[in-house]
Design a protein around this ligand. Sequence first.
Ligand SMILES: Cc1ncc(COP(=O)(O)O)c(C=O)c1O
Length: 458
Amino acid sequence: MQTDDCSEQTSVELRIAAAVADTDRTPVGIARAVGLLVSRGEFVGGERLPTVRSLAGALEVSPTSIAEAWSALKRSGTIGTDGRRGTFVREQPSDGGRVWRVPVESGVYDVDLSTGTPDPALLPSIGTILRTLGAEPIVTSYLDRPVLEELELELTGRWPFVPERLTVVNGALDAVDRLVASLVGMGDRVVVENPTFAPIGDLLERAGAEVIGVRLDDEGIMVDELADALALEPGLLILQPRAHNPTGISMTAERAQSLAQLLSDTDTIIIEDDHSGAVADAELHSLGTYLPHRVVHIHSFSKAYGPDLRLAAVGGSAMPIDQLVRRRQLGPSWSSRLLQAILLRLLTAPGVDELLARAARTYSDRRRRLSRALKENGIEIGFGTGLNLWLPVHNEQWALVALATRGIGAAPGSPFQIGRADSPHLRITTARVEDRFEELADHLADAAVAAGGRSLPA
Ligand SMILES: Cc1ncc(COP(=O)(O)O)c(C=O)c1O
């Protein structure tokens, strides 16, 4: 047993030594070499790595160098430790493997661009609102309306089209989850944007759907690609009308019109996930204005008012929303009316709309400034708004490791991609970047070209 372990260890050491041979033997060089071996599939998930001391001996470097390389690889989610097994390679998403995971626990990066979450400093404060709620219970019965009447009125007034039904659920993903559960059966075809928000792809795969990806240009979903996909008679299309996650693209009025025209000849139900809502900083062009009987529009309050409100409104076509409401009656039945009351006060409090319009501009400005700095480094990021940008890289895994060695976290792009991820990207959340754009862009550009700019032994 002992002998097997030792020989296995030695072969792993030899492979690492061969990969490191051409690079520098600094912690960064060692981390990158191992990262590349993992991304090439030469080290597979679960494979045990040598101990710090033994690898240090094999590479003739100090144990501190290996320990530093290991900690960068851990931060990037490439390797993990477990008391009994020691250090091992973590399972990586395979070809187009969609499993979305936040690679590491929060707080390990100096600059964490992996989160996709809003800047807490740009959320409206709810302290004053909480004090106005008073001592009276908001509702007292299971039998009260699932949506507060006043909130329903306020939301209907703000809706981009006249909804046949409107209800409130626990966030946009809760809405997508419930709609997919009731509308999608095993083998059903569903069209999504490619790339799309990773959990949407995961939910569809769980439901057994055949997922068809259509690409976007800078005006939204590409018309020709959607036409091809519609020829396959999908039951459902899921799209993000603005501040698309991960690319930042928003659908233009002209594109919305062309897509609606194309869809009008089909029976496809359309789910619009307006996940950024009031902080999207782009005008909303909803397909519901053309096809109100077939569109379910979701408006999340997470990004603008706070993820912990856990609320989104769902309005539009009667059939899917009635099904959602009926099915939910067998479970939680409604979303906390206490939270609904807080949302209603936030929606109607003086000054909050202006504050959110400012927050929207701030997010756009941060995204624009980082994009500009990247452009100085030869990397073109398309125009967009919202919390994220989509950074092309030569090699996803290596770019993640290269950034982790500098204390920067980013989200891997492959879980956002449908099918084979043949165009490696990282999703970079710009929402909380306030300064040092040039410095950050230098690091991102280095990581983006790292695998192409240097050659490691094949
Ligand atoms: C496209 C998309 N949908 C849904 C969500 C989740 O929204 P919620 O917090 O309302 O569930 C996100 C969060 O980033 C998202 O980007």
